[in-house]
Ligand binder design. Structure first.
Ligand code: ATP
Ligand code: MG
Length: 355
């Protein structure tokens, strides 16, 4: 069995068209060997199509795809060293856990004993030793998911693909299994392309995130840079919550901008903007509620307040529109109609370079 080790993946100007539908439009990215990169975006933006092109399950209409520096654009799935974990797991219901995990090597023509040995090794890795004889229907969702991972790992592919692998699991299990996948990826030094539409999941597991919107890449980068420096309003709103507020840039000097948010002026990194109208993305936790009449703060009025255990979700009416505020820690509920002020934390606000 070839053990080529993890390989990089590169897309050069790749498009995929189905008749009149452009599912992926001139996309460029690189996943380095041993990296976990997430494709994140809303339904229909082209995530699955992108994965299927890496796997060779779809052949790109245009552009070039390289795996480990080698052009695989026209190679079929069988000729690429790539495995995919599907959203539905796609386990064979009539096969045991062991037979499912041994499926790949069996199809490749290995002896039954060799295939079983390889499968057992991977089942042990995902914590399923002792479950070999069960059928998928006798497993929990999380266990089935791990069988699917073992089955994908068994051939030690150069690239491993996950298409929304956690969508069938409940919230607690989702968190645990995503951490398991991340640990496995790091321990085994795997190249992984991971698809999700859940921004929190993407932030939690990724080395880098590629945000897709309408068949194109909206922005790519490290989780933190996407959250703190979104390139546009779509990314600001999709990665975490954001209040998008119309503002005026008064003055730019030394890379900093004086920005009027209603009657309050703050200084923010200019991000290449010139004086004039602009938009700011403000994280809900960067808005601080104070007593009415506080100088240098935006006057406002509580509209709604919801108790969510460890935090309050609060809507405040202000001169720049309705703002969504999150307050952590034990706090009193704020009554609708109560006059307050809003001031701004020193981080969690950013000018948006393109509207
Ligand atoms: N075989 C096909 N024929 C025609 N159109 C297709 C085909 N496969 C996908 N599409 C279209 O291409 C676009 C991208 O689809 P894709 O499955 O890649 O989206 P996605 O980002 O994975 O969405 P989701 O989060 O809902 O799974 C969609 O508009 C979809 O309808
Ligand atoms: Mg999909």
């Amino acid at each position: 069995m070839a053990k080529a080790g993890p390989a990089s993946v590169e897309f050069r100007n790749v498009s995929m068209r189905y008749g009149a539908v452009t599912a992926v439009d001139n996309v460029n990215f690189t996943i380095k060997a041993g990296e976990l990169v997430t494709l994140l975006g809303p339904s229909g933006c082209g995530k699955t199509t992108t994965l299927r092109m890496i796997a060779g399950l779809e052949i790109a209409s245009e552009g070039q795809i390289l795996i480990g520096g080698k052009d695989v654009t026209k190679l079929s799935a069988a000729d690429r060293d790539v495995s995919m974990v599907f959203q539905s797991y796609a386990l064979f219901p009539h096969m045991t856990v062991l037979e499912n995990a041994a499926y790949g090597p069996t199809v490749k023509g290995l002896s039954k004993a060799d295939a079983a040995r390889m499968a057992l090794e991977k089942l042990e890795l995902v914590g399923l030793k002792g479950f070999e004889g069960r059928y998928p229907s006798e497993l929990s969702g999380g266990q089935q998911q791990r069988v699917a991972v073992a089955r994908a790992l068994v051939l030690e592919p150069q690239v491993l693909l996950f298409d929304e692998p956690l969508s069938n699991l409940d919230a607690k299990l989702r968190r645990r299994v995503r951490e398991e996948i991340r640990e496995l990826q790091q321990d085994l030094n795997l190249t992984v392309a991971y698809v999700t539409h859940d921004q929190e999941e993407a932030l939690a597991v990724s080395d880098r995130i590629i945000v897709m919107s309408n068949a194109r890449i909206a922005q790519q980068g490290a989780p933190r840079s996407l959250y703190e420096e979104p390139a546009d309003a779509f990314v600001a709103d999709f990665i975490g919550d954001a209040n998008l507020v119309d503002v005026t840039v008064r003055k730019v000097a030394g890379g900093h901008a004086d920005v009027s948010i209603g009657s309050v002026t703050v200084s923010l990194p200019a991000r290449g903007l010139a004086p004039g109208p602009a938009r700011v993305a403000i994280r809900p936790e960067a808005l601080l509620i104070g007593e009415a009449g506080k100088p240098g703060a935006l006057p406002g009025k509580i509209r709604k307040c919801a108790y969510l255990g460890n935090h309050l979700d609060i809507m405040v009416e202000t001169e720049v529109g309705e703002l969504f505020v999150v307050q952590y820690g034990a706090r009193e509920m704020l009554e609708p109609g109560l006059p307050v002020t809003i001031s701004f934390a020193s981080s969690g606000l950013t000018l948006i370079p393109s509207a």
